[in-house]
Each structure stands twice: as structure tokens, then as C-alpha cells.
Design a protein around this ligand. Structure first.
Ligand SMILES: Nc1ncnc2c1ncn2[C@@H]1O[C@H](COP(=O)(O)OP(=O)(O)O)[C@@H](O)[C@H]1O
Ligand SMILES: [Mg+2]
Length: 238
């Protein structure tokens, strides 16, 4: 089976400042892969570069068999690649339902649109309850769920999550990650999860990469990394 996403020797940064220093990552269809690392390691830069928000200075980004390194951010959702940015970036003065509708915008009016809306609110029942509320009034966990559901509305093959645990209580982190897992398993969605919360990310993912100063320094089965003494000492406070 060919990889859903393959990053080869990716370099990217801001102006003269290099951030990613030759990152290579491969994600198989249906896998949950996490990229974990400290604040400033380059996780957001990596996701934003894959999502076409930053431009790579060199290297390749192959998604679903196509080199997407030259595409812009707005071209990617239609190809099946969705990004949930850090904090969710919902439209605060739009209702939950309106935010979800924005996610399915390219399919609006199509017969699948109603089904998609029904499906995501079945998966995230709290969003059905809150559908008339302004997104700006949601709790942190609800906001994160709404942002994930909005991305799912575009019917992605692969969804990238930038630190969904930020600002959430440990209990909420557990709930959000459980939903991510259910999404992947029930819909066959491929997930790339970027996290500073290493323990939780390793618990939910199949495989993981550790990024440090823009380089991948470790990779392996998440369970193996989670029981590795060096990883525990450096990232899990154990
Ligand atoms: N817009 C920007 N302009 C300049 N430097 C940036 C910008 N965004 C991030 N950086 C720098 O790039 C490095 C990696 O940041 P980032 O990708 O946000 O890391 P992470 O998401 O792992 O915390 C950091 O040194 C950060 O200061
Ligand atoms: Mg970040």
C-alpha cells in the first residue's frame, strides 16, 4: 500500500531563519501518527508547510500520490487534506452550525452535505445540543470538537491536528483524543497529530516521530516510545 502522506527531506522556515532541517515522515492510510516535541521544535511550521500556508524551501510533500509542495492552502481541502489549526480558529460570531457549514462549503447544496452534517453531529452529540450557540461561547473542549467536526465536514482523507490538547483539562484532553481515535477507526481517516502533550499523544497514536529543533530525532511504535526511559525523562516528566 502506498503512503497516504510522505514528507521527504523537508526544509522550511521564515525568511532567512531555517526551522525544519530535513524532515522525513511517512504516514500509512488509516494510521494515527503523532509528531511530538517541545515548544518551538517546529511542529506548527511542519503542519503549516504541509497545509500550504508556509512554503517549503526544499524537499517533497506527497499526499495521496501527488506532489502537493507547490499547492496553496485553499487548494488542499478539495483534495482531501484538512488542517485543524491550534486553538481551532472558529468564527466566534457564527453559530456552531454555521461554523460546521463553513467546513462543508465546497459541497454546499450537494446531497452529501446534509448527510455530512448529520454524521458529524452524531459523532459529536454535544455540537447538536449547542448548534444555535455562538462558537465564541463554547468551552475549550467544545471549541476543539467543533473545529475538528468542521474539518471533517470537508470529507477529508487525512486530517492534521495542531495541539488539540492546548488549554484543556486532562479529562477534556481524554475526551477529545477518544473522539479523534473513533474518527480514525470508524471513518478510516488518516490522522497526523502534533502535540507537546507527549504522554496523551503516544497513548492515542499508532506510531510517532519526535521532533527537536526542526529534526526528527526518534521514530517508532508509540507504545515503544512511551516506555522508553529517555523519552519519559525528556518529555513526560517521569
Ligand atoms: N511567523 C514566524 N516568524 C518567524 N519565526 C517563527 C514564526 N513562527 C514560528 N517561528 C519560529 O519557528 C520555530 C518553530 O516554531 P513552531 O513551528 O511554532 O514550533 P512548535 O509548534 O513546535 O511550538 C520557533 O523558533 C519559532 O520562534
Ligand atoms: Mg505549535
Amino acid at each position: 500500500m502506498s503512503a497516504a502522506l510522505r514528507i521527504e527531506n523537508l526544509y522550511a522556515g521564515y525568511g532567512q531563519a531555517g526551522v525544519l532541517e530535513g524532515v522525513s515522515i511517512s504516514v500509512e492510510p488509516g494510521e494515527i501518527v503523532s509528531v511530538v516535541g517541545a515548544n518551538g521544535a517546529g511542529k506548527t511550521t511542519l503542519l503549516n508547510t504541509i497545509a500550504g500556508i508556509n512554503r517549503p524551501s526544499s524537499g517533497r510533500i506527497v499526499f495521496d500520490g501527488v506532489d502537493i509542495g507547490h499547492l496553496r492552502a485553499h487548494q488542499l481541502p478539495a483534495r482531501g487534506l484538512a488542517l485543524v489549526p491550534e486553538g481551532g480558529r472558529l468564527f466566534p460570531f457564527m453559530t456552531v452550525q454555521e461554523n460546521l457549514e463553513m467546513g462543508g462549503f465546497s459541497r454546499r447544496g450537494s446531497p452529501e452535505f446534509r448527510t455530512a452534517l448529520h454524521d458529524v453531529t452524531t459523532l459529536f452529540p454535544i455540537l447538536r445540543e449547542r448548534r444555535e450557540q455562538y462558537a465564541g461561547h463554547l468551552s475549550g473542549g467544545e471549541r476543539q470538537m467543533c473545529a475538528i467536526a468542521r474539518a471533517v465536514m470537508s470529507d477529508p482523507k487525512l486530517i492534521m491536528l495542531d495541539e488539540p490538547s492546548v488549554g484543556l483539562s486532562p479529562k477534556m484532553v481524554g475526551e477529545v483524543f477518544l473522539l479523534v481515535e473513533r474518527l480514525a477507526r470508524t471513518r478510516g481517516l488518516t490522522v497526523v497529530l502534533v502535540e507537546q502533550n507527549v504522554q496523551e499523544a503516544l497513548a492515542v497514536s499508532d506510531r510517532a516521530y519526535v521532533i527537536d529543533h526542526g529534526r526528527i530525532v526518534r521514530e517508532g511504535a508509540s507504545a515503544d516510545l512511551a516506555s522508553d526511559a529517555a523519552i519519559q525523562a525528556a518529555y513526560m516528566g517521569l
